[in-house]
Every structure is written in C-alpha cells, then in structure tokens.
Design a protein around this ligand. Structure first.
Ligand SMILES: [Zn+2]
Length: 116
C-alpha cells in the first residue's frame, strides 16, 4: 500500500471509529473485528495508536472497565467528537454524491430524448 492510499485508508478507519463510538463505547479488539468485517485488515499496533491519538485530540474519552477480571479500555465519543462526526457526515455525503454520481448510469440511458 503506498503512502497516499494509506492516508485515505486510515482516514476511513478514523471515521469508522468515530461513527461506532457515537453508537456505543468501543474497544480495540471488537473494532479490529468490525473493521475486518468491512475489509480493513489492521494490526493492533496500527489501531491502538489511532485510538490513543483520537483521545489526545479530544474526540474520544477512554474509561477502564473490569470485564470478567480483565481490564478493558473503552472509548466513548466526546462532545467535540460528535460535532466532528456531524461535519464529517455532511462532507462524506457531499463527496459520495460527486464521486459515485447522483444517479446510476441506467437512469441516464432511459432519458435519451434529452440528447436530441
Ligand atoms: Zn462499521
């Protein structure tokens, strides 16, 4: 994976994490599985620093919780994270509309009287 592509990939991962943290508290192992389900294979060594950086930036807040004798670090979205997510949603929508086109090609071909 080249550097530019990796930047896109990691931006999608961050957005994903923000989205899931807005729904419920998230933790590393579960997010590795969730991201893998979406086709993103990352190592814990990549994911954990991202979660940590997102907390340092103020988008996530971590809380340690004891789960069956094991301490697990859960990340909750912060108020700032919610504001960022709302902005990103608008931007993703706007971008998707342009990049994926608003209408599928089949809609254009049924509308050929326009071209005459
Ligand atoms: Zn997901």
């Amino acid at each position: 994976m080249d550097n530019l592509f990796r930047n896109f990939f990691l931006a999608f991962v961050r957005l994903h994490l923000l989205h899931h943290a807005a729904e419920e508290p998230i933790y590393g192992v579960a997010m590795l599985e969730e991201l893998a389900r979406h086709g993103y294979s990352l190592s814990p060594g990549t994911l954990y620093p991202i979660l940590h950086a997102m907390e340092t930036s103020g988008y996530l807040i971590s809380k340690r919780q004891n789960v069956g004798g094991k301490v697990r670090k859960y990340y909750h979205i912060s108020g700032e994270g919610r504001v960022a997510l709302q902005t990103l949603r608008t931007q993703v929508w706007e971008l998707a509309r342009e990049v994926l086109k608003e209408e599928p090609p089949s809609l254009f071909s049924t509308n050929n009287e326009k071209e005459t």
